[in-house]
Design a protein around this ligand. Structure first.
Ligand code: IPE
Ligand code: IPE
Ligand code: MG
Length: 298
């Protein structure tokens, strides 16, 4: 049977802050402030699930086209979140990194806060939290091309591997799973190179309402995906065996295995599948035994 390895790198396109606020009759900036709770929740849940790389898309190269007042509020909110949380993250073993093109448009306070966070947490290895500010997938690729040219790398030495080594944060693995909230189904210029074979989950909730259960649901959906990277399908599961229906009497919601056993979501989902099919076999056997016993004796 094909098995799906656990996600190493999860990226969140944190979308829907503005609509979240507008739906409540509030200014859009309130939505950016309300994003902090979801950010904390995702980081904590990713730690619990043993995810080694988490990337949060916070501000794109295109977001400069917003009204200056909103830009100021967004970047200031980001700066305050970093300032408030960085020591907790450090204690949790998180390495903080920035990702995005340097520009004087980024306020000094935010730049300094990011630099401080990176320096403080540089030796941590439990999880790498990358915060994408002034990030654009195309700009990232152009910067890598520029560096290759500046280093006078001969054309025949430019390969996918050497190119990737010239991206910012070259040790960062490809993105396995992109979660974009708010029901928008697009990349919006996020990490184009590293998302070449990413899986996607698009929860409908606005980012400020994103919670641990949404994150775990996304992990469970990811665990059911079969990534082929261009290869052939090894086997096609029978439609009925792929989605076993619970036997009569075994309905209602059960606590999630990852909650009960504190297992990473991917492992818990696969384990759950095995346990459930074992349970069905046992139920079928018990039923057949009862039928044998209840047959009239001669
Ligand atoms: C995401 O929320 C925050 C950033 C883009 C930085 P939005 O501000 O895009 O919220 P919507 O999409 O307008 O609701
Ligand atoms: C993507 O959201 C960028 C971030 C979440 C930082 P946008 O709201 O800017 O994307 P579009 O404009 O809807 O594509
Ligand atoms: Mg948006």
């Amino acid at each position: 049977m094909e098995t799906q390895s656990a996600a190493r790198h999860i990226a969140c396109i944190m979308d829907g802050n503005g609509r979240w606020a507008q739906q409540r009759g509030l200014p859009r900036t309130f939505g950016h402030k309300a994003a902090e709770h979801a950010i904390e929740t995702v980081i904590r849940t990713a730690l619990e699930e043993g995810i080694p790389w988490l990337t949060l898309f916070a501000f794109s190269t295109e977001n400069w086209s917003r009204p200056q007042e909103e830009i100021d509020s967004l970047l200031d909110t980001g700066c305050q979140i970093l300032r408030r949380r960085v020591h907790d993250w450090h204690r949790a073993g998180i390495r903080v990194r920035g990702m995005g093109e340097e520009t004087p448009r980024i306020p000094d306070a935010l730049r300094q806060e990011l630099q401080y966070a990176q320096q403080l947490t540089q030796h941590n290895r439990t999880m790498t939290l990358t915060v994408a500010v002034n990030h654009g997938g195309r700009s990232e690729i152009v910067c890598a091309a520029r560096t290759l040219i500046e280093e006078r790398v001969p054309a025949e030495e430019v390969t996918e591997e050497s190119f990737a080594q010239h991206l910012q944060n070259p040790d960062m693995p490809d993105v396995d799973l992109v979660i974009r909230t708010s029901g928008e189904y697009r990349l919006s210029n996020f990490a184009l190179w590293r998302c070449a074979y990413a899986e996607f989950v698009f929860p409908e909730v606005q980012w400020p309402d994103f919670r641990a259960e949404h994150f775990r649901q996304a992990l469970e959906l990811y665990a059911q995906r079969r990534r082929r990277f261009g290869g052939a399908t090894a086997s096609i599961p029978h439609p009925r065996s792929a989605q076993p229906q619970p036997p009569v009497g075994l309905t209602g919601s059960l606590p999630s295995l990852s909650n009960v056993l504190s297992l990473p979501g991917g492992i818990a989902t696969r384990l759950g599948g095995h346990l459930l099919s074992g349970l069905y076999d046992t139920a079928r056997y018990a039923k057949s035994q009862l039928e044998v016993r209840s047959e009239p004796r001669m």
